[in-house]
Design a protein around this ligand. Sequence first.
Ligand SMILES: [Fe+2]
Ligand SMILES: [Fe+2]
Length: 183
Amino acid sequence: MTAPEQRATQELASLAALFDSPAMAEPYGEEISIRDHMLQCAELAVARRLDDAVVASALLHDIGWALGETAHEHASADLLEPLFGPRIAEPIRQHVAAKRYLVGTRPEYHALLSEASRHTLARQGGPMSATECAAFAAAPASAAALELRSLDDAGKNLHGATTGFPDYAPLLRRLMIAHLSGA
Ligand SMILES: [Fe+2]
Ligand SMILES: [Fe+2]
């Protein structure tokens, strides 16, 4: 096994353990667990035929809830960036900003948010100002963050998830090895 392959095996096992941890069974105010929510987001990304990188971002975007102190989007992105690179980590870092941007630019979006998401909005800074919206729109990851946000908002169905972490392990492993090999 090459060094990136070995590292990917270890890191994947750590991610799987985190994904299975009790914190991921919590609903964080939503009607379903954060684990099922992330699985649903990944299932939607597959159903929409989005890139593997988007599937990975969707699957792992809220994993930072298990990590404690910092805002969960940063905790998730900081964990994932060294493993997968910015293509996967940056939309995750921006997924809360994407919500604030959408509320700032499309007032009707607020009503589409889940109750929990509406609740956390104030704590997250509320709708973006016009200046903040312009800066967000100009950032390189904004389109990917908005795409992730669309999955995030849709992946809150009460039916639970039909897939599990192991279903995505080969995809994650492939992406991780590509990044760790400098591809
Ligand atoms: Fe989130
Ligand atoms: Fe989410």
